[in-house]
Design a protein around this ligand. Sequence first.
Ligand code: TRP
Ligand code: SF4
Length: 326
Amino acid sequence: MTKGRILSGMRPTGKLHIGHLVGVLDNWVNLQEDYDCYFEVADWHALTTKYDSTESIRENSRELVIDWISAGIDPEESVVFVQSDVKEHAELHLLLSMITSVSRLERNPTYKEQIEELNLGNSVPYGLLGYPVLQAADILLYKGDTVPVGKDQLPHLELTREISRRFNYLYQEVFPEPEPKLTEVPKLLGTDGRKMSKSYGNAIFLADGKEEIEAKVKEMVTDPQRVRLDDPGDPEVCSVYDFHKIFNQAELEELGAACRQADIGCMDCKGRLREVLIAELAEIREKRKELESNPEQIDEILAQGAAKARKVARATMEEVRAAMKL
Ligand code: TRP
Ligand code: SF4
């Protein structure tokens, strides 16, 4: 039986945190065995919002790949590559843009949100409107049939499916109709109880060492009603407990009960979390160090990934041009 093919990607916008780990990366790692996987650093996609500050994109791309590999993406097993290394993405994007209507793109909810969030008014870049067309090109170039993504990406996947159908209808059956693979994402908030995000300063990064983890756990908000040690607490309103739920199943019940009966103090409860997090990230940190001290290894991985990706991309483009009689 042939394996299904996965294409997924991330924009290189900065360091990954443990929310990405439990939400996306662990999932990618587990899919590697059962699927033929392509993992793309979507650096051109990063330009849609960062066209005026491009100096960090290259470095971020490398850091992203270091995060992926440290977390268990195996570049021997999966194809790990940078979008801009495979120019066929640009060609397919252009061709697909010819069969996609502007009004359909303007109806994309993600697009509308971005315009508002970034306050773009009348200065919306053309590339931002075409963002999902480029994403469709990413997926279809590799004939990805399965796309593991978060809920926020569903509108883009729907567009990819429409574009694929339209191409196949207008010219010839070339592309699959890719299915999103929604994953059960455990809700992991930041250390302050808000959404975990780099910009809120409430994230624990894959690259964090012991000291950083310790300091961040210390700062975490607990049950605000629990002021003194002998006040019983409510773990269900505590962000420390939310972390225990994800990273410390083994001690979860015990800690919850101890909190309710005021048998454990928040300091000790945080101490347990700190140990669990340090252990969880230890292997990643080791691997990270090794890769950071060996930049040629990343160059080599990306060169090989690009070569493998290009081969598939070129074959698809042959078919596309033939189908379109170009
Ligand atoms: N748009 C995706 C995001 O912001 C990144 C991305 C680019 C992607 N190309 C893709 C995701 C192809 C899945 C498939 O997260
Ligand atoms: Fe939260 Fe633990 Fe304190 Fe209870 S004991 S409030 S779960 S930190």
